[in-house]
Ligand binder design. Structure first.
Ligand SMILES: NC(=O)c1ccc[n+]([C@@H]2O[C@H](COP(=O)([O-])OP(=O)(O)OC[C@H]3O[C@@H](n4cnc5c(N)ncnc54)[C@H](O)[C@@H]3O)[C@@H](O)[C@H]2O)c1
Ligand SMILES: O=C(O)[C@H]1O[C@H](OP(=O)(O)OP(=O)(O)OC[C@H]2O[C@@H](n3ccc(=O)[nH]c3=O)[C@H](O)[C@@H]2O)[C@H](O)[C@@H](O)[C@@H]1O
Length: 341
């Protein structure tokens, strides 16, 4: 049992869905992925579909996700795709819920901040209500943004963060903090089996080309022959995790015994200038790097302490940034129609 379980003595969980132990049902595990048409969600679908005992249901409103990401599974007998907004209740029967639905790129989550908060709060309440009704285990994809502009470096899970509650990023970072609170309150009050992952910047194939996040921006700019836009001061740091490592971490967390929160991310830390120089060197050495204005409340440094993930999940990332960037380049070349000379 997780340490948090011991301290809080939650109610015993509701009986799991009978499907979990059914001998006669085609699948042993019915898994819902909210936000499964998005970047991380669609890679998670691919991995879960590899197991013939899994039946996968995706619920997504396609705000930042796309059916394209799931095209190889549409029509598959173990796969179902539902156009659904998580701010509305969903009545289905499942054994596990991976709750990812939420725009993740700052330009998209700031586009309609009220909707972002509703997605994080009402959406998470609805998913928890579903988990409670059917006895499903639920995993929330929280974020390193719960640490805000951190005053402790690297960030362990025990750090409570330094978050502006009224800033332009608050719809997302405070929204995710409330979502974590809801998860623990449902766990303590109703005995729901919860898992919380705090994800640090993740990159890889299928990110939206005009997603706005830094790795996708730099790769698209390098391939289009445009200058790489480093936001000032350029010394701010991030730690980038390749998507296959992330999916592996999420699945281990779901299958394990610990509620979390657990940091899942790659501790390799880079300044934005270093990232731009690496993309330039690997993809287009003739490209310029230009400094542009930043946005408010941009965290100055971020790096996960993954001691807990190593100990509890036996997980650590395998793909280094220099190995992951070329894999993403390949996908972006295909989608942009830019061939390698
Ligand atoms: N990628 C990262 O670096 C990162 C870091 C920290 C946390 N996360 C979290 O991981 C999750 C997935 O992120 P991603 O990078 O794949 O982002 P993404 O934008 O590609 O995927 C999010 C998906 O959620 C869907 N969605 C948004 N609002 C919805 C709603 N109201 N109802 C139903 N569906 C909705 C979108 O259409 C999209 O398919 C998010 O919860 C995000 O906060 C991601
Ligand atoms: O990992 C996380 O926890 C969070 O990280 C990101 O937020 P952020 O780190 O701000 O991501 P980016 O928009 O990719 O920005 C990273 C850094 O790159 C810089 N940047 C961004 C874009 C660009 O073109 N140039 C550039 O220098 C930004 O100023 C920032 O310092 C994600 O977008 C969130 O969804 C996620 O929850």
């Amino acid at each position: 049992m997780a340490s948090s379980d011991k301290q809080t003595s939650p109610k015993p969980p509701p009986s799991p869905s009978p499907l979990r132990n059914s001998k006669f049902c085609q699948s042993n595990m019915r898994i819902l992925i909210s936000g499964g048409a998005g970047f991380i969600g669609s890679h998670l679908v691919d991995k879960l579909m590899e197991n013939e005992k899994n039946e996968v249901i995706v619920a997504d409103n396609y705000f930042t996700g796309s059916k394209d990401n799931l095209k190889k599974w549409i029509g598959h007998p173990r796969f179902e795709l539902i156009r659904h907004d998580v701010t509305e209740p969903l009545l289905i029967e499942v054994d596990q819920i991976y709750h990812l639905a939420c725009p993740a790129s700052p330009i998209f989550y700031k586009y309609n901040p009220v909707k972002t908060i509703k997605t994080n709060v009402i959406g998470t309440l609805n998913m928890l209500g579903l988990a409670k009704r059917v006895g499903a285990r639920i995993l929330l994809t929280s974020t390193s943004e719960v640490y805000g502009d951190p005053l402790i470096h690297p960030q362990p899970e025990s750090y409570w963060g330094n978050v502006n509650p009224i800033g332009v990023r608050s719809c997302y970072d405070e929204g995710k903090r409330v979502a974590e609170t809801l998860m623990f309150d449902y766990h303590r009050q109703h005995g729901i089996e919860i898992r919380i992952a705090r994800i640090f910047n993740t990159y890889g194939p299928r990110m939206n080309i005009d997603d706005g996040r830094v790795v996708s921006n730099f790769i698209a700019q390098a391939l289009r022959g445009e200058a790489l836009t480093v936001q000032k001061p350029g010394t701010q740091t991030r730690s980038f995790c390749y998507v296959s490592d992330m999916v592996d971490g999420l699945m281990r967390l779901m299958e394990g015994d610990d509620t979390g929160p657990i940091n899942i991310g790659n501790p390799g830390e880079f300044t934005m200038v270093e990232l731009a120089e690496t993309v330039k060197e690997l993809i287009n050495p003739s490209i310029e790097i230009k400094m542009v204005e930043n946005t408010p409340d941009d965290p100055r440094q971020r790096k996960p302490d993954i001691t807990k993930a190593k100990e509890v999940l036996g997980w650590e990332p395998k793909v280094k940034l220099r190995e992951g960037l070329p894999l993403m380049e390949e996908d972006f070349r295909l989608r942009l129609g830019v061939h390698k000379n």
